[in-house]
Design a protein around this ligand. Structure first.
Ligand SMILES: [Zn+2]
Length: 255
């Protein structure tokens, strides 16, 4: 079994992030070039289920400013539309939950989100407050899912049909609530559970170590090639390996 080629990025920025969940813009451009050369573009506004194996999707969690500033122009050049998952309680505010060397990392403004929506991107919810959903009470869970959806629908004037679960954490109750409040798509992280529905689509996170890995070991592949061709059962091993590499390398790379 292979994962559908759904990539989950966080930040695209020239400034290093201690958490490692960012890639430099020049590397991101290489990723997009690789993806458009090997896979077909899937229109985020018309997602088919199951997602076709010969297609790819680029998604961004947290809706950080770097996505609008650095990733969006690269994707426009390549004719690729993305999916961005917005934490509605943090629009225009400083990020609080990732380490970034004291550099201020902001979430996108309302106008940046509107611009992406008008450009054909799918705007999805990443909840109101970026909380681990399985731990919440029934009422709070409903609020996080329902209020963020309505907020973004008011902002964009379009249906918000997709959600990405914060920290990729969800349980059966989360999926049922997502369906109940009207989501058609839910995006998660890598999983060995199988039995994917449109409400727990697995994604492949792309972090800085993927770039260093390629640089050190796999010179003839792009970082994204490693991720998209890896059998699902090997993914946790790979994730552990790259975490070690992240600890060893804290430098900027552009490959
Ligand atoms: Zn997040």
């Amino acid at each position: 079994m292979r994962y559908p080629v759904v990539l989950a990025y966080h930040d695209v920025s020239p400034y290093p992030r201690l958490s490692g969940n960012w890639v430099p813009p020049c590397s991101f451009r290489n990723h997009v070039r690789f993806l458009t050369g090997k896979f077909n573009r899937i229109d985020p506004l018309n997602l088919p289920f199951p997602l076709p194996e010969d297609g790819f999707l680029i998604t961004f969690d947290d809706a950080l400013e770097g996505i609008h500033r650095y990733a969006y122009p690269v994707m426009e050049d390549a004719g690729v539309k993305g999916i961005v998952f917005v934490v509605t309680g943090f629009i225009g505010r400083k990020n609080l939950w990732d380490a970034h060397f004291g550099i201020t990392v902001r979430h996108m403004s309302r106008s940046a989100i509107s611009e992406l929506s008008k450009a054909g991107w799918l705007i999805g919810s990443h909840t109101v407050s970026h909380t681990a959903l399985p731990r919440l009470s029934e009422d709070r869970l409903r609020y996080e899912l329902e209020y963020s959806k309505k907020y973004l629908e008011d902002l964009t004037g379009k249906e918000v049909s997709a959600i990405a679960y914060p920290f990729n954490m969800y349980d059966l109750r989360t999926l049922n609530m997502a369906r109940e409040v009207g989501y058609k798509w839910g995006f998660a992280g890598p999983s060995l559970k199988g039995g994917f529905t449109s409400l727990n689509v697995p994604r492949i996170p792309v972090f800085l170590p993927d770039i260093t890995l390629r640089h050190k070991m796999l010179n003839f592949w792009t970082a994204v090639d490693v991720l998209t061709t890896l059998p699902a059962r090997l993914t946790p091993l790979y994730m552990g390996l790259r975490e070690r590499i992240l600890n060893a390398f804290q430098r900027r790379w552009c490959i």
